[in-house]
Design a protein around this ligand. Sequence first.
Ligand SMILES: Cc1cc2nc3c(=O)[nH]c(=O)nc-3n(C[C@H](O)[C@H](O)[C@H](O)COP(=O)(O)OP(=O)(O)OC[C@H]3O[C@@H](n4cnc5c(N)ncnc54)[C@H](O)[C@@H]3O)c2cc1C
Length: 634
Amino acid sequence: MTKIAIIGNGLSGRLAALYLDKHLPGAELTMIDPDVPNKPIVGESTIEMTSQFFLSLGLGTYLEENQRHKYGLTYYFPRPAMDGDMEAPGAAGAMAEKGAMAETEAAAEASPVAGAGGGPDYILHEAPGVIRLPAYNLNRFTFDDELARRVAPLVRKVTGKVTEVEISDEPGGQQTIHVMDKAGETSTVTADHVIDCSGRARLLAKQMGLEQDPPFQRSSYWFRLAGFDRSILNGLNVDKPRHHCYDSYSVTHHFYGKGYWIWIIPMQGEDGEDLASVGVTYRPEILGEKAMNQDKMLDLLSRDHPRVRALIETGRKVDEARYYNYMYEARQYYDTRGRWFLLGDSGFTFDPAGSLGIAYLGHQIPQITSMILKAGQGMLTPAYVEAMEGHVQAELYKQDQLSQRYPVMDDPIKLSWTLVFNYMAYFHLFLPDYMTGAFLNGGVAKRTMKLLMRKPAEMIPVAYAFPQIMDKLSERAKEKGNGAEIIATAAHFHKAVPFNFYRGDNLKRGRVAAAYLYKRGLLRAKALRLLHWWREPSLWPMVAGQYLRTGGEWLLALLLVLRPRIYERPASKDPAMMSAFDPQYSFLFPEEAASRGRPGMGRPDGGTADRKPARAKDEAGQMPAGVTATTGNA
Ligand SMILES: Cc1cc2nc3c(=O)[nH]c(=O)nc-3n(C[C@H](O)[C@H](O)[C@H](O)COP(=O)(O)OP(=O)(O)OC[C@H]3O[C@@H](n4cnc5c(N)ncnc54)[C@H](O)[C@@H]3O)c2cc1C
């Protein structure tokens, strides 16, 4: 019987336990945690990947009945300011304080694009309709309680703090975990695999000297708000495509300023009442502020987003927490022999922008499971582990990109276009890699790492789209006041992003990647047109280069439309490098695979084709046939 020790009973530990129980039904799971009360909990906004992962854990009905829907990430871009513009964001805010601002979308419609003498305060990027794949804004306190309730019968619980983990060098040897309880009593747990989910305690990274500084720091301050007047959010003076699909309150709201951004996540309180998580994340050296608190946050809002301040002032703070310079990394996340793994915050921390944190748990947990399955089959190779490690590095590349965005967060032109590209890449490239399970193939993971190769901090270039074009457009917008048009018309948020995927097994990744390249070229051409470059000969060399790039992107798109399989070529056919899940989408949808007569667990080439479908936990608690049982003492 495979024995797995999970250190930490936070979100990572609980999700790992639920997933492992489902995909390694005979494994013995031990969870160790000191159970300290009142730990700070953060991370309420999910994205489509996160929800798919939750649904695969059987949480669908629970989420529908107990948590609130989230209809995408909504970005508020202040209309760019011009010299002497009394309607610009700060000025607009001041007017709002006097009650002079238009309160409704209808008012914004009457003057949809800002210009001299009026118009909306914000240009919005908002999903144009209900995205087919659901997402939720979680009340993490009730959600985590539900997870604990579900995990309890699946694990052997040990209450205490892990003080040390001895990693065995013997082939097939067991790891020994030393635990101390509140009374100072010590005990040991042995396991074939140790998953460190100890969060910011970073147990294994510290013990093994794997800690590493990230290229950039971040700080966060957040609180939960009750009793507020939510009509203020609905009533902001905004420019966006009109729709009748959902209440625009039910999204994750993002507001920006130089060196910082603010989230508002509406959620459901314990008794069904409105609650919101409100937080600010910032780079202290750019914002010029070290330790944030509510008063300082309100000052910031008075300057940049007065209506958000007004919203906060109608409510009551329920709790608060802050992390100062909280980013860290590790030099290694997965052991090449599969003895230990760092999961979640025990390995590295996330910038909450884009709500990628829990979504990446939905990657790491299947990665770890795939490695454990392979180890059980005697098929785990260092090359496969390094490929999975490479995928983690690619995720950290995204964190570097987010870090580099803080200097331009007060530039709505650069930021709005960049976020369109992020969304496009997410829906066209990363979501298909996830839903199909392709990211668990060593070859695909290596390609992702090569495409998103990290660089040392000093070599990371600016992180906004089409820098040469955007620098010019941003300058022009300030001079001529056509910024709103550049954000709202050209970026085509609702047209560029394919919000309509709904199944993992039918995604033709090559075709979807072709669409990405085509749209990328198209957006570049649109941006160039907005420059009116034909009137300015000094721009012509730059413009020629940009059109050449567009041509290249379109050629590549055409090639992928004609031969979409080219996109699949990096996927390895070597069983040692393939996902342990067969078919590969069964890491998420085992029931679907089973209903098509495919077992959906373990690769047949690893001798596990005769396994039971997932969920069918062996009554005798044995590993299903085909998985090499490793023995050990309790
Ligand atoms: C400001 C902020 C906002 C975020 N917002 C989002 C968001 O909106 N969406 C999103 O997807 N993600 C978000 N994230 C990321 C998300 O919150 C984290 O990825 C997630 O909470 C990590 O959980 P964890 O289980 O790894 O760590 P934790 O929740 O910290 O759990 C660690 C556990 O380990 C236990 N432990 C510690 N030491 C020991 C020991 N020695 N022995 C045994 N047990 C031990 C602790 O008691 C605890 O139970 C956000 C992160 C931050 C910082």
